[in-house]
Design a protein around this ligand. Sequence first.
Ligand code: ATP
Length: 327
Amino acid sequence: MTQDIRARLCWEETLRTIGGIDLARSEFLRLQEVRKAYGDLRAVDGVDLGIEPGQIFGLLGPNGAGKTTTLEMIEGLRRPDAGRITYGEHDLVREPRVARERFGVQLQTSAFFELLRVDETIDLFGSFYKHTIPTDRLIERFELGEKRKAYVQNLSGGQRQRLAVALALVNDPEVVFLDEPTAGLDPQARRNVWDSVRELQREGRTVVLTTHYMDEAEALCDHLAVMDHGRVLDEGQPQELIRRHRPGAFIELAAEVPIDDELRLPGLERVSRDGAKTILMTQRLDETLSALAEWGRSREVPLTGLATRSATLEDVFLQLTGRSLRD
Ligand code: ATP
């Protein structure tokens, strides 16, 4: 038995004894050649994915990439035109009941009943299931105690989002689906949602989320699938994707520096501009930096506002799609 497997079994045992969900029930989620078109538009165009139990799995992509449609097909809310979706030995296209019982789905907060109170909302959602987490426990866990009798319409953005995650947990699911869980939240509220997501994982649940925030994907997800135009362009751990597609680092100079594309520095791959900034992409940061410093000294060019940074998922996305996620 390898060390990894032994560590995992030990972790699973710990979760069972502290009252987390029974991991033995969690299963491997698999999509094979899944397709969905709306008229002529191929919203999901042959997607293959494997999601392992206990993972935080992210679907990353711009608006219209097909993320929500993919989630909705797994959740049993939309029927694929073609392909297979299985959870362990269950075929979810034929048995959507399995998805309803064992998965938890975060609703868009716009779908709430504004004139219900917080506790009534949780009770209502709980009434759809046989096995539920008690309302009081969810209210306490998501720090909604002070708002338990408040109308949903009077909640702040962060509170609505916490309620949305609480509702996704009402049936004590094995897999939790979160569609853009931090869209529109301020930085503090976003971090609170990240903490809740990590806690779901610590309890042994699998989390599948969509996002178009690169920092969120990098900080939170164990495994990422980058989607665009209904296809998965690549997948892997965030750092693995960065190493594969955009190894190396960047040197940025705040002010305009008369560096041209012909500059030959060791390791330097490309020079580009972003507004007034000059950006050097390098495969060997140390060597490029010292040669650049030497070049600046010999030409008496001040290297104003010099900063270095590692490649990020933003750079991976640019490399894979030819455009920035924010375009
Ligand atoms: P976003 O980040 O904006 O939510 P997404 O990656 O989740 O985008 P989807 O919502 O799955 O993408 O949409 C994929 C494509 O399918 C888009 O072009 C969208 O306009 C289209 N689409 C989605 N739902 C429908 C529908 N019910 N009828 C027609 N077209 C749809």
